[in-house]
Design a protein around this ligand. Structure first.
Ligand code: COI
Length: 351
């Protein structure tokens, strides 16, 4: 198996965004046969393209799930992946939703480890984005689970999805991302593709970020299309001291965000209060900061949130920079991911 080589020279690591580059020449693959009941050893395929049956359940019925993880090179040259076991467990959850057999946690981590090559150097601040994708791969026309599944792991060097400058957001009113009792909690492609045309419209109208409210009442905050939601409230304690409160939506219709989970734990360590609960739309006016948080997004400060039909426009910053809580959380999370501070919670997995 090939393991991390020296970083490629002449790459503008900080300008990569989330673009797919041809710097990575293949992917890791492992298959599962229902008859044999086991996964094959992960192997490197020197080709980014896949050989999949055209009548596969993935292509025809959307029997597919994916994950997104990040890995960094530390200052001392080691390579570490952020919370792979959390991602593995989340993939098992998503797989169950679309009747795919679970990938054992150790197998997932072995496949991810094997994919990790071509690392951005420490100084660049760039990361390796890891994209495991799992799907029904055999030809199968009946609406029942097929006999073969494939796990692939792709990697791409990347800097950040949305950048770090504050961005305006709009609530999506024309389209509901997740039905009540639906699949909004699973990281399946079917939750993402239908958003594309609406985010394109929103982008044209000047809103690079799109926010989903719950589809039943339109009164609760669910998540951004690409990332989780986090609000910041500042309350006054007795004696006048300010208390930072992180407010994070809890809902059956959203992805269990690794980044939100990590930031809530980091926030508690900073003596912030953390409220993980239903978050009302009406509370948008009470936040001093709002962030979009996710693996690819990292922490994106939200400049404003517009709700067109209600005529609402909530402004969180008019400066060109993130607010103080966002800056603090960003520094804490990235220093942990980059190996610059003690990993007391044992979140970083050394390759
Ligand atoms: C991630 O943050 O890893 C995701 O999968 C979100 C995707 C829209 C890029």
């Amino acid at each position: 198996m090939t393991f991390p080589t020296a970083p490629a020279p002449d790459v503008e690591w900080t300008k990569l965004g989330l673009a797919v580059t041809d710097m990575v020449n293949g992917h890791i693959e492992s298959t599962y046969s229902v008859e044999e009941g086991k996964w094959t050893a992960p192997k490197f395929i020197e080709d980014p393209y896949l050989r999949v049956h055209g009548l596969s359940t993935a292509l025809n019925y959307g029997q597919q799930v994916y994950e997104g993880l990040k890995a960094y090179r530390t200052q001392s040259g080691k390579i570490q992946i952020f919370r792979p076991a959390f991602h593995a467990a989340r993939m098992q959850h998503s797989a169950d939703v679309v009747s795919i057999p679970p990938v054992p946690i150790d197998h997932f981590i072995a496949a991810v480890n094997a994919a990790v090559v071509g690392f951005p150097p420490y100084e660049s601040g760039a990361a390796l984005y890891i994209r495991p994708v799992l799907f029904g791969s055999s030809g199968h026309l009946a609406l029942t689970p097929p006999s073969e599944y494939t796990l692939c792991v792709y990697v791409q060097p990347f800097s950040s999805y949305h950048g770090t400058a504050p961005l305006p957001a709009v609530t999506l009113e024309e389209f509901d991302r997740a039905a009540p009792k639906g699949t909004g909690h699973a990281k399946i492609g079917g939750n993402y593709a239908p958003v594309m045309k609406w985010s394109k419209h929103a982008m044209k109208a000047g809103f690079p970020m799109t926010l989903h409210l719950d589809s039943k009442t339109g009164e609760d905050i669910d998540e951004f299309s690409t990332s989780g939601f986090m609000g910041v409230k500042i309350t006054q304690q007795e004696g006048g001291a300010e208390q930072v409160v992180l407010v994070v939506p809890k809902s059956d219709n959203i992805i269990n965000s690794v980044t939100s989970d990590s930031l809530m734990a980091i926030g508690k360590g900073l003596d912030y209060q953390v409220e993980h609960r239903t978050v009302k739309y009406a509370e948008l006016s009470t936040f001093s900061e709002v962030m979009a948080v996710g693996t690819a997004a990292c922490l994106v400060p939200i400049r404003s949130i517009t709700h067109q039909s209600r005529g609402d426009y909530f402004v969180y910053t008019t400066e060109g920079a993130a607010g103080p809580v966002c800056q603090k959380l960003y520094a804490e999370l990235t220093s942990l991911q980059r190996g610059d501070r003690e990993d007391s919670l044992k979140w970083c997995h050394e390759v």
